[in-house]
Design a protein around this ligand. Sequence first.
Ligand code: AHN
Ligand code: ZN
Length: 330
Amino acid sequence: MRYLKPSAFIIALILINACQTEKKQSEEIVDVEKKVFVPPFNADSAFSFVEKQVSFGPRVPNSQPHNVTGNYLVEKLSSMNWTVTEQNFEATTFDQQLLYLRNIIASYNSSASKRILLAAHWDTRPFADKDSERKNEPISGANDGASGVGVLLEIARTITIYDSLNIGIDIIFFDGEDWGERPGESSRPTNGLESWWCLGSQYWSKNKHKPNYSAYYGILLDMVGGKNAQFPIEGYSNELAPSIVEKVWSKAAGIGFGNYFVRSQGGAITDDHFFVNKYAKIPMIDIIPTDPSDGSFGSFHHTHEDDMDIISKETLNAVGSTVLHVIYNE
Ligand code: AHN
Ligand code: ZN
């Protein structure tokens, strides 16, 4: 499938246009941007990337599954011909654990000056503190961790296969996002960190893999695989990168995913994008769900419910397709 015959390419374009025309009639917000070829997102493949990570076991820092998964991610991105940089660093947690962490950065079109940064965290939380059982055991993190990475691996695979993107893309898999705070307690570090969460993004934003690195903007994916997920507009995204919010939410609606990318205002969440905005000065948004019934991240969050059973190919498709449409329209 690397090279489509010209005739097949034209037929594909006609079919894509036909589909979009049909959708336009039923959508309130119309996708009026210039017609460009956007490759399809393969949600089955994204799902299997999520499954693969979960199969290694909880990706808790300093554990063997964490190390094996990190090696797998590096290998996978390298095999897709992306330029991979590993950033090893150490950080101390709220419970005085010294963690050996690794941010994984992959670049496509390394020499292009116009770049978009895509990111997700790849570690999992070592506790199931919101569960009523086995609270001290790590979670599978199918949604909280693996889903964002799965969508981004599939985006990387798609970009490589079609090989028609002129801008540069950087994918960062942040480590150490989710060790976080002592269960049930909100606390602030006194060791130079600003938060116990988001250790990898705090490190990268102050120590970029290339000293003068910047990007036009960034998109963070966090917990983007849950069944019937809704993504309201996250607070810091709206405050710090409103034009990117507008671009992404209107594109989602334009291609028929307005039921996932809802137009309501969500809370401000201390997530990896906050530190990329604050220290790296790159406007970055966060696509993160809220359960409309109670305003929480969802009942799966930081419990053993967060396994493959709650992952939906439809949600992975809504997010993956939206991000692909956004970047191919730049
Ligand atoms: C807060 O809960 C404030 N930040 C952590 C965000 C998070 C945890 N994302 C995934 N797990
Ligand atoms: Zn989490």
